[in-house]
Design a protein around this ligand. Structure first.
Ligand code: KG4
Ligand code: ZN
Length: 345
């Protein structure tokens, strides 16, 4: 089954064709970074307009690179949540229209299920495992029982980790997008330069939760208070110390989930899963197998959408023409969540 997957939830216009949930025939990602850089963040209106401009050429390019025509495609999938409303609507409406006009099945996909599936595109992974979803919008630790069967164990109580990277980079004028820039600068710095505070989330209900707003405030407004005076106050040192604290925060809660459940496999996804220090820290536990997607599948892409869509479609799930977009990820509250898909409208 060849699925054409469309992703437009934020600032990448992306389309991929994936066969049987595994074989990536093409994966086109048109990034809008240059258009948002001068604002140090994604401007929703610009993002929507670029998606409108680019969606058709990107889909055409995906077909071209796969050496296929529309008639070779068996089904269409689009991200419909969570994300920027105007951005989501472009890819969703395009996907629904394409499917409707060609008489092919259509399925709407939750972006975070896509991120979790990215590692499955290039690895054979057995369920259950502990999932780590770290992106610009979310920070989630979950028990994953199947491609759409997620038990959320912990989330951020405030900012997402990606947001903290981006805000710190913006404040210090390091450039956009912040995550990858901080990752690069941190390699030239010393993490011991500052002792930024780890979140103090107490109580059983916060056992797996993370928090990044305190860290962000410390780095931005109280840097001197936590600075180790033996070190020069450079961007490189600041980035290294910030990144270390952010990644250790994630690792500590993630390994709690691993130890409490006894599940020794971790699968990561989302833009921050590209972070080199996070990868190093999670590799320190030799008894835990941490699986990361390749770098180009960490950020937003259509292959992860087409990949997970295959499993919904194979099960017979379909989304109707009345399926709409949703900005928030209401389903990702703590607790047992089944049926993360769009249902059988
Ligand atoms: O998954 P993604 O592409 O979009 C969302 O779904 O949000 O994630 C984007 C986020 C941004 O906050 C970006 O700064 C961060 O991922 N990011 C990184 C790295 N590469 C991207 N954060 C830390 N280290 C990186 N190497
Ligand atoms: Zn994403």
């Amino acid at each position: 089954m060849k699925v054409l997957g469309i992703e437009s939830s934020c600032d990448e216009t992306a389309c991929a064709i994936v066969e049987d949930g595994k074989n990536i025939l093409s994966n086109v990602v048109a990034t809008q970074i240059p258009f948002h850089r001068i604002y140090s963040g994604v401007v929703p209106e610009i993002a929507s307009r670029k998606h409108v401009e680019w969606i058709l050429p990107v889909v055409k390019q995906a077909l071209k690179e796969a050496d296929l025509t529309l008639s070779d495609i068996d089904a269409v999938a689009s991200t419909n949540r969570p994300g920027l409303m105007g951005s989501l609507l472009v890819g969703l409406t395009f996907g629904k229209t394409l499917a409707w006009s060609t008489g092919k099945p259509f399925i709407a996909i939750n972006h975070m299920l896509g991120h979790l599936y990215a590692a499955h595109l290039v690895n054979d992974i057995e369920y259950p495992y502990i999932g780590l979803l770290v992106s610009g919008g979310h920070s989630i630790i979950c028990k994953v029982n199947g491609f759409d069967d997620i038990e959320v164990m912990g989330t951020t109580v405030d900012d997402s980790v990606g947001e903290a990277f981006d805000k710190v980079a913006k404040f210090y004028g390091l450039g956009y997008p912040g995550g990858v820039i901080i990752d690069g600068l941190a390699k030239k710095g010393n993490a011991a330069a500052a002792d930024f505070p780890m979140p103090k989330l107490d109580g059983k209900e916060h056992r797996y939760d993370v928090s990044f707003s305190g860290l962000k405030t410390a780095v931005i407004h109280q840097c001197d208070m936590f600075w180790n005076k033996d070190f020069e106050k450079t961007n490189e040192n600041m980035c290294a110390a910030f990144q270390e604290t952010a990644c250790r925060t994630i690792a500590s809660r993630l390994f709690r989930a691993v130890d409490d459940t006894g599940l020794k496999t971790v699968v990561a996804g989302g833009g921050v899963a590209a972070n080199s220090r996070l990868r190093e820290l999670l590799a320190e536990r030799s008894d835990v197998k941490c699986i990361f997607p390749p770098l180009k599948l960490c950020g937003d892409n259509g292959a992860m959408i087409a990949g997970v869509a295959y499993h919904f479609l194979k099960r017979g799930d379909r989304s109707g023409i009345d399926t709409t977009a949703c900005a928030r990820i209401v389903q990702f509250k703590k607790g047992l969540l089944r049926g993360m898909g769009p249902g059988k409208k």
